[in-house]
Design a binder for this molecule. Structure first.
Ligand SMILES: [Zn+2]
Length: 433
């Protein structure tokens, strides 16, 4: 089983927007950019919204059938461990193995020494094609990397073996994620991590490292753009080199757990993957939920009242709601409007404050992040909230589709669309002559 060169992870908390999300992907296809949609949901999210893994499969299949989509699509058991994987086995075909909790687990000295010995040919000056500066690799460095990561890669290989046994070899996509950890991995760490996975016979197809900078949920990237570009480019080159050195799958590509809406780095990522003709998996999550709120707020009336209530409750319980997201949320509480102020807002004011249009003077990333983590409140409203989504599905669907296509896909693949438009223009010109 293989992903297309480009794939996008789309999350959908209440499983109502599959068709709108797929429309965005199909729009890209019409413009000449083929992307595999991957519906992802983590165990944590299932627990909070009280859904089960087969719901995601149903949603994906239904969207594909409704729109007659003939491309490849997948269902991702996102951030699963050996303890949580079982309920996903029957209906998922993409597994994101989260090994974060095993990073730093100490190994026996013998195991570390054996790994260092197997890396002998890389000790000294290591040149990775495409990276100007050679790396100085010492036995101590490799030993530290093994100490930090080997136990977690062994964990990944155990989950992989379990899936091979239960689903059958080749019947699923394997991703390893290390993004939910404190410290970013550098390109050399990534190189030796890939060696460990190859040694452990775990042929992953995507890997999600943690990058430098903040990837806060639903808002733009915070960090040094040049540093990010350098790191991302080096990671791409490391992957290429590792494929040749270790015999990993040729389609192996980077996965970016973006937390959605990383508008300032999308063009950088796009430029680098095109420079090297590489694939990419871009995982988004939560951005569709925020568009549901935008849609409800624009609908006005009762729908607007409900989103105001979600904000008011979110404000009240913000500490509890943000606890599981401490690494990926930065809310300046001084910049949050009061419940009273929001109560008086028009549809337009609410939408402008929430929607991710940075040029809009009303846009407030603190407000947006709070709404992002407040989905638990909507989940507690249960069927009445879902029925509100269904009642306003037209307006919400338009918001969801526009957001995925215009603000995410287009920013990543802008050049491709420009080339297509240029070709169209040339054809038109030739026709007129
Ligand atoms: Zn992640």
């Amino acid at each position: 089983m293989e992903l297309d060169k480009y794939s996008i992870g789309i999350g959908d908390r209440f499983a109502q927007e599959g068709v709108a999300q797929l429309k965005a992907v199909m729009k890209a296809q019409q413009e000449g950019v083929k992307i595999s949609p991957v519906w992802n949901k983590s165990n944590r999210e299932h627990l909070i919204v009280k859904s089960i893994p087969s719901d995601v499969r149903k949603e994906a299949d239904n969207a594909v059938k409704t729109l007659g989509f003939s491309g490849k699509y997948f269902v991702d058991a996102d951030h699963i461990t050996l303890d949580t994987v079982t309920p996903f086995v029957a209906t998922a075909d993409f597994f994101t193995l989260d090994i974060a909790s095993f990073i730093g687990t100490r190994l026996g000295q013998g195991e570390i020494e054996a790994f260092v010995r197997s890396c002998e040919k890389y000790i000294g000056t290591l040149t990775i094609p495409g990276i100007d500066q050679p790396f100085e690799i010492t036995a101590d460095l490799v030993s530290d990397i093994a100490g930090n990561f080997y136990a977690s890669m062994r964990q990944a290989s155990q989950i992989y073996k379990f899936l091979n046994y239960t689903k059958g070899k080749g019947n699923f996509i394997t991703e390893v994620s290390m993004d939910e950890v404190g410290k970013p991995q550098n390109p050399i760490e990534l190189f030796f991590i890939l060696k460990m996975l190859a040694d452990l016979n775990t042929p992953i197809q995507t890997i999600a490292p943690k990058f430098t900078g903040r990837f806060n949920k639903g808002v733009d990237y915070q960090g040094d753009l040049d540093q990010f570009a350098k790191e991302f480019e080096e990671d791409i080159l490391v992957l290429d080199f590792a494929i040749g050195e270790f015999g990993l799958p040729g389609e192996l590509k980077l996965s970016i757990h973006s937390g959605s809406d990383k508008f300032s780095i999308y063009p950088i990522i796009g430029e680098i993957i095109r420079k090297y003709d590489k694939g990419l998996h871009l995982k988004t999550a939560g951005t569709t939920w925020l568009e549901e709120l935008v849609g409800l707020a624009s609908a006005g009336g009762e729908a607007l009242e409900v989103v105001k209530k979600i904000y008011a409750d979110g404000l009240k319980h913000r500490e509890k709601l943000s606890a599981p997201y401490s690494d990926v949320i930065d809310i300046d509480t001084d910049k949050l409007p009061s419940e009273r102020a929001v109560k008086g807002w028009s549809s337009e004011k609410f939408v402008n404050t929430l929607r991710h249009i940075q040029e809009n003077p009303d846009y407030n990333p603190n407000f947006r992040q709070l709404m992002h983590i407040s989905y638990k409140i909507a989940a507690e409203m249960g069927a009445s909230f879902v029925s509100l989504l269904q009642q306003h599905s037209d307006i919400i669907g338009a918001c969801v589709e526009e957001n995925i296509f215009e603000r995410h896909i287009k920013r990543l693949f802008d050049d491709k669309f420009q080339i297509k438009n240029q070709n169209r223009f040339n054809t038109e010109l030739a026709r007129r002559k």
